[in-house]
Write a protein that binds this ligand. Structure first.
Ligand code: ATP
Ligand code: MG
Length: 300
C-alpha cells in the first residue's frame, strides 16, 4: 500500500467519495494512522464524515493557495478516528486561481503535504469528477491511484482517458505514480452486463483489479446522511464488511508483495437471494462504535 493514494475517476457518481470515507474508517480500524483529504468542491467527503463543510475556517482551498499549512487545516473525525482536511465550494475559486498561475501550480498539494506525510500511514485524496487542476494536483501529490468504477458499458471508455492521463503524468511530472488498483463498486452480480464488464476488466488489468468487490448496499448509501462511515452506522452490513475486506486486501498485498491473488468469483459478496433495497435492510441497527474488527478475507 502506498502512502498517498488518490481516488480518481472523472466519471461522476462511481463511488470515489464512498470509498474514500469508508476505506479511511476501515484502515483506521486496523490501527493505521489515516488522513483523508477532501479535494472536491462538492465537499461530500467532508459531510460524509459528519463535518459541516460550511462551518470550516480553513479548508483544502486555503492549503492549495498557501494561505495556511496542511496541519492547520486538519480536523479530527469523531466517527472514524481519522483526520480530515475538509473542503467546500471555495475550492472552485482555488482551482481558478491555480489556473492563472504559471509556475508550480501542479505541485501545490504535493508541497503542502510534505511536512505531514510521515505523520500518517495512509493519506487518501478524494478527487472531483473531472480531470481538472485539482485532480492533477492530487495525482502529482500521490504515490498511487485507486480507480473506483461501476461495471457498466461506458465505464471502460472513461477508463482509457484516465489511464492516458495517468501515463502522461508518469512520463512528465510524477514518474513514481502507480496504479494502486481498480475497484469494482456498486456491484450487482445479477446483472449480466456487470459480469461481462468485470470479466473484461480482469482480462485487461489482471492483478490491478482488486479481488474485493463493493456490493450495491443501502447501508452505504444512507450512512452519509448520518454523517458517519458505514462502520459506525451498521458495522455488520455487507457494505461495511466489503470495505474492511478491501482494507485487508491492501494490507495483505503490502505485506506479501507478489503473493498469488485469490481467484475471482463474481457472484460474491452480494448474493442473488439477498436483494438490496430500502425495504430489506442488511441488519438491525448496531451500536455507534465498532469493535476492533477482524478483517474478513477478500470475497472468494
Ligand atoms: P462524484 O463524482 O459526484 O464525486 P463519487 O464518485 O464520489 O461521485 P459517491 O458520491 O461515492 O460517488 O457515490 C454516488 C452515489 O452512489 C451516492 O449517493 C452514494 O451514496 C451511492 N453509492 C456509492 N457506493 C454505493 C454502494 N456500494 N451501494 C449503494 N450506493 C452507493
Ligand atoms: Mg465524490
Amino acid at each position: 500500500m502506498k502512502r498517498v493514494i488518490a481516488l480518481a475517476n472523472q466519471k461522476g457518481g462511481v463511488g470515489k467519495t464512498t470509498t474514500a470515507v469508508n476505506l479511511a474508517a476501515s484502515l483506521t480500524a486496523t490501527k493505521r494512522r489515516v488522513l483523508l483529504i477532501d479535494s472536491d468542491p462538492q465537499g461530500n467527503a467532508t459531510m460524509g464524515c459528519g463535518i459541516d463543510k460550511h462551518a470550516q475556517s480553513r479548508t483544502s482551498c486555503d492549503v492549495l493557495l498557501g494561505d495556511c499549512s496542511a496541519v492547520e487545516a486538519l480536523v479530527a473525525v469523531e466517527y472514524g478516528g481519522f483526520m480530515l482536511m475538509p473542503a467546500n465550494q471555495d475550492l472552485t475559486a482555488a482551482e481558478v486561481r491555480l489556473l492563472t498561475m504559471t509556475v508550480g501550480r501542479e505541485f501545490k498539494l504535493r508541497n503542502a503535504l510534505a511536512p505531514v506525510r510521515e505523520d500518517f500511514d495512509v493519506i487518501l485524496i478524494d478527487c472531483p469528477p473531472s480531470l481538472n487542476m485539482l485532480t492533477l494536483n492530487a495525482l502529482v501529490a500521490a504515490d498511487s491511484v485507486m480507480v473506483p468504477m461501476q461495471c457498466e458499458y461506458y465505464a471502460l471508455e472513461g477508463l482509457t482517458a484516465l489511464m492516458q492521463t495517468i501515463e502522461q503524468i508518469k512520463e512528465s511530472i510524477n514518474p513514481a505514480l502507480e496504479i494502486e488498483g481498480l475497484l469494482r463498486t456498486m456491484f450487482d452480480p445479477r446483472n449480466n452486463l456487470a459480469n461481462e464488464v468485470s470479466a473484461q476488466l480482469l482480462e485487461h488489468f489482471g492483478d490491478k483489479v482488486f479481488r474485493t468487490m463493493i456490493p450495491r448496499n443501502v447501508r452505504l448509501a444512507e450512512a452519509p446522511s448520518f454523517g458517519k462511515p458505514v462502520l459506525f452506522h451498521d458495522k455488520e452490513s455487507r457494505g461495511a464488511l466489503a470495505y474492511l475486506a478491501l482494507a485487508g486486501e491492501m494490507i495483505r498485498r503490502d505485506e506479501l508483495p507478489g503473493a498469488p491473488v485469490q481467484p475471482d468469483t463474481p457472484d460474491t459478496p452480494d448474493s442473488p437471494d439477498t436483494p438490496d433495497s430500502p425495504d430489506t435492510p442488511d441488519s438491525p441497527d448496531s451500536p455507534d462504535t465498532p469493535d476492533t474488527p477482524v478483517l474478513p478475507d477478500a470475497p472468494v
